[in-house]
Write a protein that binds this ligand. Structure first.
Ligand code: FNR
Length: 351
C-alpha cells in the first residue's frame, strides 16, 4: 500500500516497516496517509481483491488479516482468498459469495476458514465492490471478523435454553405428581381439606422455582418475577395487588422461603384479610439492604381496606408456624403489625 503516497504525506508520516504492503504499485488507487494509517492500525482484518486480474487475487491485506490467518504478507498477496478454505467450508455460503461477485452486490457470510497452522476459525466475511468515480469496478473489498467465540457463546446459550426448558418440564411433572399423591392421600385418609392446604403450599413453591430456572446457574436470581409468579393466582384480574419492586437480585436459595411466606400471607388475606372482601387490596414492595456488603432481602406486605381489626388475631395456625419456623431456621425474621384495615408484615431474609 502507499505506492502513490503524496509528497505531503512523505513529509510528516513515515510508514512503519511492518505496515508496508509490497509491491507498492499494486495498490495505486487508494492513496492517502489517513487511509493507510487506519488500515494498518484497525483490528479488523481487511483485504482488497482485483477483479481485473485473472482469478481475482488479493492486492492488499492489512496486518489484522495476517494476524487472523497466520500467513505472511508474501504468502497472501497475489492469491485468491479461497486458500483460506478447507473441507469444512460450507459450499452454500460460497455460492452466496459467487452470486454477489457476479452481481457486484454486498454480502455477509459466515465461513469456516483455516489458518496457516491448520487450525480453524469462523470468519464473518463482509464483502462488496469498490468503484472508481466514473463507475468502473475497481476492487472487491473484504473484511474478516473472527466470530468463533461469538458462535461458541451462542451455542452455549442455546444449549442452556434447551436444558432449562427440559428442566422446567420435568419440574412441572414432579410437582404434579406430588400434588396427586397429596390429594389421593388426603381423600383416602378422609382429610381432603388439609390435603388441599398442603397442595397450595406445594404449588406456590413450584411457581416460585419455575421463574428461576433460566438464571439458577448464575447462583443469583431476580426476585421480582418469582414474587409475581407466586402471587399471580391470588390476583386473577391483577387489580388488587400492587408491586413496588425493582430489579433486585438475591441468592437462589431465598426463593423457597419467599415462596412459602408469601403463599401463607396471601392465603390468610383471602380467608380473613384484605382479599376476603371486595375492595381490599395488598401492596407489596421489596428491597435489598446490607451490612458489611451482604444483601438482606426485605419484603413488605401491606393490606388495605380489609375487615376492620380490633385485636391481634391469635397466632399459631399451621401456616404461621411454617413461616415462623422456616424464617427462624434461615436466620430471618417476620414482624406482623395489625393495623386497623389490615396486616402489615415485614419479612427479612438474610442473603
Ligand atoms: C473473498 N473470499 C473469501 N473466502 C474465504 O474463505 N475467506 C475470506 O476471507 C475471503 N475473503 C474474500 C475477500 C474478497 C474481497 C473476495 C472478493 C473474496 C471468497 C473467495 O475468494 C472466492 O470468491 C470464493 O471461494 C468463491 O469463489 P470460487 O472459489 O468458486 O472461485
Amino acid at each position: 500500500m502507499g505506492g502513490s503516497k503524496s509528497s505531503q504525506g512523505e513529509d510528516f508520516y513515515r510508514e512503519p516497516e511492518s505496515f508496508r504492503v509490497e509491491p507498492r504499485d499494486h495498490f495505486p488507487g487508494a492513496s492517502g496517509v489517513l487511509f493507510e494509517q487506519a488500515m494498518a492500525q484497525t483490528r479488523m482484518a481487511v483485504c482488497l481483491c482485483d477483479p481485473k486480474q485473472p482469478d481475482m487475487p488479493i492486492v492488499f491485506a492489512n496486518r489484522a488479516f495476517r494476524e487472523v490467518t497466520g500467513y505472511e504478507e508474501h504468502e497472501i498477496v497475489g492469491r485468491n482468498c479461497r486458500f483460506l478454505q478447507g473441507p469444512g467450508t460450507d459450499q452454500r455460503e460460497l455460492d452466496k459469495i459467487r452470486r454477489a461477485l457476479k452481481t457486484e452486490d454486498v454480502v455477509l457470510v459466515e465461513l469456516l476458514n483455516y489458518r496457516k497452522d491448520g487450525s480453524t476459525f469462523w470468519n464473518a466475511l463482509h464483502l462488496g465492490p469498490i468503484y472508481k468515480p466514473d463507475g468502473e469496478l475497481m476492487y472487491f473489498f473484504g473484511s474478516q471478523w473472527d466470530v468463533s467465540e461469538v458462535r461458541a457463546a451462542r451455542a452455549d446459550e442455546q444449549n442452556a435454553r434447551v436444558m432449562a426448558r427440559e428442566l422446567s418440564h420435568r419440574m412441572k411433572n414432579m410437582f404434579a405428581v406430588i400434588s396427586g399423591i397429596v390429594n389421593i392421600t388426603g381423600r383416602v385418609r378422609g382429610i381432603p381439606k388439609e390435603a388441599a392446604e398442603i397442595n397450595g403450599r406445594i404449588q406456590a413453591l413450584g411457581r416460585a422455582y419455575e421463574t428461576t430456572l433460566d438464571e439458577a446457574s448464575s447462583g443469583s436470581i431476580e426476585i421480582g418475577p418469582a414474587i409475581r409468579a407466586i402471587l399471580a393466582p391470588y390476583d386473577a384480574d391483577a387489580s388488587r395487588l400492587a408491586f413496588v419492586g425493582n430489579g433486585l437480585r438475591v441468592h437462589f436459595a431465598t426463593v423457597s422461603v419467599v415462596g412459602l411466606v408469601l403463599h401463607e400471607l396471601a392465603a390468610n388475606a383471602t380467608k380473613f384479610g384484605a382479599w376476603s372482601i371486595d375492595n381490599g387490596r395488598v401492596e407489596l414492595d421489596w428491597s435489598g439492604s446490607g451490612k458489611d456488603g451482604s444483601k438482606n432481602l426485605i419484603v413488605r406486605w401491606r393490606e388495605f381496606g380489609g375487615p376492620s381489626i380490633t385485636a391481634s388475631p391469635q397466632a399459631g395456625g399451621t401456616g404461621t408456624q411454617i413461616v415462623d419456623r422456616m424464617l427462624r431456621h434461615g436466620g430471618g425474621t417476620i414482624e406482623r403489625r395489625w393495623n386497623e384495615d389490615g396486616l402489615e408484615a415485614t419479612i427479612v431474609i438474610p442473603a
